[in-house]
Design a protein around this ligand. Structure first.
Ligand SMILES: [Zn+2]
Length: 436
């Protein structure tokens, strides 16, 4: 990056310590910001000397961190917060969800308000970018397009059996660029193996590649996906009353033996040439891990949603095996229909409570640099570095405590505090502690 000139710098944020690029903790640090980007950062005195006369916002009892990235959520489901008790089975939850979805004239208002609620709650907890799955993309994108939250909006698509003729229209609406803005960019989300048939998946991947759109899909969330793909049977297929009622299943759906990961590989998803996020990936065997390791896919682990659905007791998540094999893994919340809040830091806290030997730096990367990569934004967000977007948060820390990276991250993940201030694109979203 070229030397930033004095004129470009609009203001400086200084703090007791700044976590930079990505694992250096600079005590008494400062960040110079202009045009929504970080232009320079380092020791406060050096930064102020260089940009003398520029307005300074001082956070001397705070740590300045990169904004958190929640790469898998459904903001539009925020109207269901606390409304669906943990189900006996996932399919019961889907039924409750379908029953609760607004259909009448007021639907647009409810979905738009829910997207706003979810965005607001995210930012309050320090999330500055979300990967947002939306079934009603035209409504949620219209609601979110003026910011201030940064959103990758994955238009959700289903196309199975007798609904396959709707694929082209659904794909066109999900990929429509008309509601893109400085804050909202477009992605595609084939929903899940039990709602999208293989040839439809292939088609969605082709469109994503042609248009350079990131992809997100729920995959291997349920152990029953294997049986469904192999025979259209089991609790997700013929035995599911909902599936019978919808009357979608027909003989043209290609059967596939070998499980959802191999299925996704067969239809081109795993090796798509665009960023790919796989939500959950709860049930994998050794062969699946090999497939994931050969792809560039990111796995989004949603710990409290796993807990809600009872997956925890059925099979421990293999996220550490995944990381050890070089697979990118991030932490995410999923929606308020299966999680008490959208605070992704609490996901790290939850993991650490259950796995006290989990590395805090690794967990923090799963909230910042790793989800940034999942969304194809690894060169723009997830770290405080010159040229990166000025997405930041200030978190209070006791003034006297000596600070190291580990002690700072340890404290933050243990307490999961709400930030005192949040900036997105250099714009202060709220500020409970600074001078403004
Ligand atoms: Zn989800």
């Amino acid at each position: 990056m070229d030397e930033p000139s004095q004129q470009l710098v609009e203001f400086v944020v200084s703090a007791r310590a700044v976590l930079i690029d990505p694992w250096e903790l600079v005590g008494d640090g400062a960040v110079a910001i202009g045009g929504g980007r970080i232009l320079h950062l380092g020791r406060r005195r050096a930064v102020l000397r260089r940009f003398s006369g520029v307005k300074e916002f001082s956070f001397q009892s705070h740590l300045l961190l990169p904004g958190l990235v929640n790469a898998h959520t459904h903001l539009e489901l925020s109207f269901l917060a606390g409304k669906i008790p943990p189900p006996a089975h996932f399919t019961d939850w889907v039924l409750a969800l379908m029953a609760a979805y607004p259909h009448a004239a007021g639907a647009r208002k409810i979905i738009a308000a829910a997207a706003h609620t979810g965005a607001h709650q995210s930012m309050k907890s320090g999330v500055t970018t979300v990967g947002d799955i939306s079934r009603y993309a035209a409504i949620s994108r219209a609601a979110l397009r003026r910011g201030p939250l940064r959103v990758v909006s994955f238009g959700e698509i289903t196309a199975l059996g007798r609904s396959r003729r709707r694929l082209a229209g659904r794909l066109r609406r999900a990929a429509a660029a008309t509601l893109q803005s400085d804050w909202v960019t477009i992605g595609l989300s084939p929903h899940a193996p039990y709602s999208v048939e293989g040839p439809a998946l292939k088609k969605i991947v082709e469109v994503a590649e042609r248009r350079r759109l990131p992809l997100a899909m729920h995959l291997a969330e349920l152990s029953e996906e294997r049986e469904f793909l192999a025979s259209l049977g089991g609790p997700l297929g013929c035995r599911w009353e909902f599936m019978r009622k919808m009357n979608l299943l027909d003989e043209r759906i290609p059967l596939f033996a070998g499980g959802p990961l191999a299925w996704a590989g067969h239809y081109g998803l795993l090796n798509a040439s665009v960023p790919l996020l796989l939500a959950h990936v709860n049930y994998v065997d050794q062969a699946d891990l090999e497939l994931l390791a050969r792809s560039r896919a990111t796995v989004a682990l949603c710990p409290r949603t796993r807990h809600y659905f009872g997956h925890e007791s059925r099979a421990p998540h293999r996220w550490r095996d995944m990381l050890a094999r070089g697979i990118n893994v991030c932490l995410a919340t999923d929606s308020l229909a299966s999680n008490p809040d959208l605070c992704v830091l609490r996901e790290a806290q939850f993991v650490r409570q259950r796995e006290p030997d989990a590395d805090v730096q690794e967990l923090f990367a799963m909230l910042t640099t790793r989800p940034a990569r999942a969304l194809g934004l690894e060169n723009a967000i997830g770290r405080l570095a010159p040229g990166f977007r000025a997405d930041m948060l200030a978190v209070e820390i006791p003034a006297k405590e000596p600070l190291s990276i580990r002690s700072a991250l340890e404290r933050i993940i243990r307490a999961a505090p709400l930030p005192a201030a949040v900036w997105i694109n250099g714009r202060a979203i709220f500020d409970r502690a600074g001078e403004r």
